[in-house]
Design a protein. Structure first.
Length: 323
């Protein structure tokens, strides 16, 4: 079976591709290799995929409508896992048009490719950010999510609506996955695990927002990937073939415990600077994963201490830091 993975040089995209390749699928990975963060990390990830004979990489931008259309027509993918997007809540405040192009125009290119070529299942990345600053916990897929607190969140909610429209109009089976704070080896350098680890190892202070009164449903990359891998085989078959699932640990972690896990993994204490909440941020996230567990028997297993130990070990190796 041939599967398209968009954002293959990204954090979740690389790990998802590896899981598919090791299971024997043929994977075509695309990525525009933009400069949102250091390209060397993206090439580092791709280097993990290139040795597989059942993998092929194509540099391609989702906004290249002609290129995407040609790709779909030539390859005739059976399934598509759409993970490419402009990520980052705070960057959406600085560069809003980047999000419109990548997350909205890009999603439309993928939907049109699926419609024109009878793709059997489109699985796409949404985000826990669609829940905004909801006081109702845990966050459930049936909750009202019409009050995003960032443009990034708004684009992800729009992706869900676009997918629903195409499932309704054209019968395209689509499944959206609301990821909750993904972390692990080869993670993004703009995320807290990387930023805090880097600062602690370099004896620099870390900024602790909302004075540490934050909770996050941190979810280890292997747990996320297992959910994605299983759900791509569960094709919606209801009248409107549309599904939506949370993928999270179902276990919110206090920021203090998260920092302590990094300190333990680094064998160093952090110098903390407490600050107010940032614009577009939310005080807590908490995934209700009942629907996903019922659908695929998936339950995350990694705790934050072991997960951060794995990340810090990878980080030191990647940076060439000797023990």
């Amino acid at each position: 079976m041939k599967i398209l993975v968009t954002g293959a040089a990204g954090f979740i995209g690389m790990h998802t591709s590896l899981r598919l390749l090791n299971a024997g699928y043929h994977v075509v990975g695309i990525d525009n290799l933009n400069s949102y963060y250091d390209l060397s990390l993206k090439y580092h990830r791709l280097a993990k995929l290139h040795p597989y004979s059942n993998f092929r990489f194509i540099k391609l931008d989702l906004t290249d409508r002609g290129g995407i259309s040609k790709l779909f027509a030539e390859e005739q993918f059976e399934r598509v896992i759409h993970l490419a997007a402009q990520a980052g809540v705070r960057y959406s405040i600085e560069a809003p048009f980047e999000y419109v192009e990548s997350n909205l125009v890009g999603m439309m290119s993928i939907l049109e490719g699926c419609r024109d070529n009878s793709v059997k299942h489109l699985v796409y990345a949404s985000s826990s950010s669609v829940y905004g600053a909801s006081d109702k916990v845990p966050f459930n897929e049936l909750d009202q999510v019409d009050n995003p607190v960032s443009l990034y969140a708004a684009t992800k909610k729009a992706n869900e609506l676009m997918a629903h429209a195409y499932s309704n109009l054209y019968g395209i089976p689509t499944t959206g996955l609301r990821f909750f704070t993904v972390y692990g080896p080869a993670g993004r350098p703009d995320m807290a695990p990387w930023l805090f680890t880097e600062a602690i190892l370099e004896d620099k202070p870390i900024r602790v927002f909302n004075h540490g009164k934050m909770q996050r449903d941190f979810t280890y990359i292997d747990d996320i990937v297992e959910g994605v891998f299983r759900i791509q085989s569960v094709i919606p078959s209801n009248d409107i073939p549309y599904s939506l699932f949370n993928i999270g640990s179902n276990n919110p972690i206090e920021l203090s415990r998260f920092i302590a896990a990094i300190e333990a993994a680094c064998s160093k204490d952090a110098v903390k600077i407490y600050q107010d909440m940032q614009p577009g941020d939310v005080p807590r996230t908490f995934a209700d994963t009942t629907a996903l567990e019922d659908a695929v028997g998936y339950k995350p297993v990694m705790n934050i201490e072991d997960g951060m130990l794995n990340f810090v070990s990878w980080y030191k190796d990647y940076k060439g830091i000797k023990e």
